[in-house]
Design a protein around this ligand. Structure first.
Ligand code: ADP
Length: 734
């Protein structure tokens, strides 16, 4: 029968006491055996000495003690039976020797077994694990070095104590349950929390085994304990990190996902669930895509995904994804593969980024670019950006079209110069130099000489900007104004023609007046000629009278000549020639042509001319046309009026820079409606009117930098006024 190894309790026992006791017993036994006449086998008590010495586990001492006891037995026998060897005494001596020998042999064998056990225990001590044996009352019976290191108590301190009290064990389940399992299965495995001697809490992984004796009675529990505190801390840290990672992934403003190597979704972050998508949707991860990708985008998305899975290349796609509200939003889908060492794809990690706003902005940009391109084409306006100091350029498509360059041509200033009309090269260079020195605005009109010999008129306006990238930049518009320029020229030509025609018409209207003006001096010439002849034909010629008549003839002929000259000037087709003109003189001249009209219509002319006469810079014939037009209109407006017909003609200064001419009549006046419209072309209230007069007056006045307007004074009639810039000495320079 194997017994519980009590030696485990006595690993380091003190040997001095049993030795001393053994020596004392041996001495007492010897004295009694040798010196007393007792006929008993007292020497058998040497067995106790042998047992005591053997209990020290020292083989050599045990052997020596055995032989010592044998020697003392024999010595005692000899000393006590010197007289004769009795059979009984010899037999007792022999029994004692046999008892000592047998005890010694058994003790030595026991010692050998104990030594083996001790060695095995030493082996247990070598183990890193903490090995603890405790009996069924939790009392510690073995405590190896590992346990000393783990818990801090030495074996001596721990042995005999309750393991759970000593280490303040905290159980994950109730201790009874653990005991039950041990009794049922002879095993228990779990994690416990204990407090070390230094007060530090340690987590231990425990494997306990129940030891039963031969009768099956539970006798002890052997437990190996591993310190898993660090592992637990690491696990907690990993757990924390995983939670943080998870929170981070959930916080990413995108739909993060991962899939297996074959493309089946295995993980989605919170963005997906916020949008109402779960991995269960559609049954399997692979079907989630068909549930959320817009049907119109699904085929190309799936084909891109399949090709990425097949080739292992990065996955990139842009598709509309259904959101929680059911609305679709544009998203960029991207994924990268994770490979093992052999290069096989283990997993895909992907993220869908919401690019709805960007997409909207792109579409808006595309639209506005298309609008801009259309607008540029329609308005024949290109864009040119020039960056300084390197003078690098960017031209829009329309700019290329205007310059008639192909898109391959690098936009440079030299390329612009190559197309510039030779006569305008200096102008263009000048504008470029201005830009180089940082002028706020560049505004230049010039001509382009195209390779086919045609000429284009362009207008370039650019503003200085300071881009964040540094340097300066001119952002400008280049407008093809060929058609406008040609149209303006044609218009100017037709306006001149029209003005000429209306002048002729006006002269026609004045024909009677003019004829009267001319015939009057001619009649006077004839009369004076007759008178002169009569003075000369007298017997005594009256030379003084004749001279007076001839002088009169000369004066009247001159006047007729002048009138004809003025009419010729008005009838002549000519270009506008601005010159300093004294307004008072031109007004009186014009009124002169109208004199007959005034007389016929009984118009009383009042003069209010400023002295000295204001001088304006204008074309005198055109100004005369304006004046005659105003005077004619006044005469016509007063023709239907029965009351006094008064015409007041005045000059003066409007402001320091402008001279004012006003013509006021007492005619029908101007209704409020007509005040605005009367300067429009073809507006007339007369049955035979053309409606051109005032419109031509306005273009003439405005072409000279002036302004013309009409008022209807409260006292009745009409007041027409115009202003012209006064001649500041620069008239000839123009
Ligand atoms: P037309 O003389 O051929 O009608 P105008 O352009 O000279 O053309 O004049 C346009 C119109 O302006 C006239 O028909 C008339 O109704 C109005 N108007 C011009 N001058 C006067 C004025 N002094 N008094 C009243 N109405 C006038």
């Amino acid at each position: 029968m194997k017994t519980y190894p009590s030696v485990l309790l006595a690993a380091n026992r003190d040997t001095s006491i049993p030795m001393a006791l053994a020596a004392l017993i041996a001495l007492v036994v010897f004295l009694i055996d040798a010196l007393t006449p007792l006929d008993i086998a007292i020497a058998v008590l040497y067995v106790v000495v042998v047992l005591l010495v053997a209990s020290t586990n020292n083989r050599a001492v045990t052997v020596a003690a055995t032989w010592g006891c044998v020697a003392l037995t024999l010595l005692g026998f000899v000393m006590s039976h010197e007289g004769g060897y009795l059979n009984g005494a010899a037999a007792r001596c022999l029994v004692s020797l046999v008892a000592i020998g047998t005890t010694s042999v058994l003790s030595l064998r026991n010692q050998a077994a104990a030594t083996t056990l001790q060695e095995q225990i030493q082996l247990l001590n070598l183990a890193h694990d903490a090995i603890v044996v405790h009996d069924m009352n939790d009392r510690i019976t073995f405590w190896n070095h590992g346990a000393e290191a783990l818990y801090g108590w030495t074996a001596q301190q721990a042995l005999g104590q309750s393991i759970h009290q000593l280490t303040q064990t905290s159980f994950p389940v109730s201790p009874e349950d653990i005991k039950d399992e041990l009794l049922r299965t002879n095993r228990w495995h779990g994690e416990l929390q204990r407090v070390r001697r230094d007060g530090r809490v340690v987590a231990v992984s425990t494997r306990a085994a129940l030891w039963r004796d031969a009768t099956g009675t539970p006798r002890a529990v052997l437990a190996t304990n591993n310190d898993i505190t660090r592992r637990k801390e690491m696990e907690a840290r990993v757990q924390r990190q995983q939670e943080e990672l998870r929170s981070t992934i959930d916080a990413i403003p995108g739909m993060v996902w991962s899939s297996s190597g074959d493309g089946t979704l295995t993980f989605i972050n919170r963005r997906w669930t916020d949008m109402g998508v779960t991995l269960e949707e559609g049954g399997s991860g692979a079907d989630v895509w068909s549930a959320i990708v817009h049907p119109a985008d699904l085929p190309q998305m799936q084909s891109a995904w399949r090709s990425a899975i097949a080739t292992g290349a990065s996955f990139e796609n842009v598709s509309r994804i259904r959101t929680g509200t059911g609305a679709y939003r544009w998203m960029h889908l991207g994924a990268e593969p994770l490979r093992d060492e052999a290069g096989a794809i283990l997993r895909w990690y992907g993220v869908n980024t919401d690019i709805e706003d960007r997409k909207q902005a792109e579409q808006a940009l595309e639209r506005s670019e298309a609008f801009l391109a259309d607008t540029q084409r329609l308005s024949r306006t290109g864009s040119i950006a020039t960056h300084f100091p390197d003078a690098s350029m960017w031209w829009s498509d329309e700019s290329y079209r205007i310059f008639e360059y192909s898109r391959e041509v690098v936009p440079t200033f030299d390329a612009i110069l190559a197309r510039t009309h030779p006569a305008d090269v200096a102008t263009v260079r000048g504008a470029f130099e201005q830009a180089k020195v940082g002028a706020a605005l560049v505004d230049v009109k010039y001509r382009l000489a195209m390779p086919d010999g045609s000429v284009k008129y362009v207008h370039y306006v650019a503003h200085l900007t300071r881009p964040q990238s540094g340097g300066t930049e001119y952002v400008g518009a280049l407008m093809d104004i060929t058609e406008t320029t040609l149209a303006q020229e044609a218009l100017a030509r037709s306006s001149a023609e029209l003005a000429h025609v209306t002048r002729i018409t006006m002269l026609g209207e004045l024909a009677a007046s003019i004829a009267h003006e001319v015939t009057q001096p001619i009649a006077a010439v004839v009369a004076c000629g007759g008178a002169a002849l009569r003075w000369l034909n007298r017997p005594t010629p009256e030379l003084d009278e004749a001279t007076r008549s001839v002088t009169q003839i000369v004066r009247d002929a001159k006047r007729a000549g002048e009138i004809i000259q003025r009419i010729r000037a008005m009838a002549k087709k000519r270009d506008s020639v601005p010159a300093p003109v004294a307004l008072n003189a031109i007004i009186t001249e014009s009124a002169e042509l109208m004199r007959r009209e005034f007389e016929w219509h009984a118009v009383e002319v009042q003069w209010d001319l400023d002295e000295p006469s204001p001088e304006a810079c204008c074309d005198r014939v055109e100004l005369q046309q304006v004046l005659i037009n105003l005077l004619m209109n006044s005469v016509q407006a007063m023709a239907d009026v029965s009351g006094p017909r008064k015409l007041r003609i005045a000059t003066g200064m409007f402001d320091p820079g402008h001279a004012l001419v006003s013509v006021r009549d007492s005619g029908t006046g101007i209704s409020e409606d007509n005040a605005d419209r009367m300067f429009s072309t073809f507006f007339t209230t007369k049955s035979e009117g053309m409606g051109m007069g005032l419109s031509i007056c306005r273009s003439i006045v405005e072409a000279h930098g002036g302004r013309i307007w009409a008022e209807s004074p409260a006292t009745g009639g009409a007041l027409l006024q115009f202003i012209l810039p006064i001649d500041d000495g620069r008239c000839h320079e123009q």
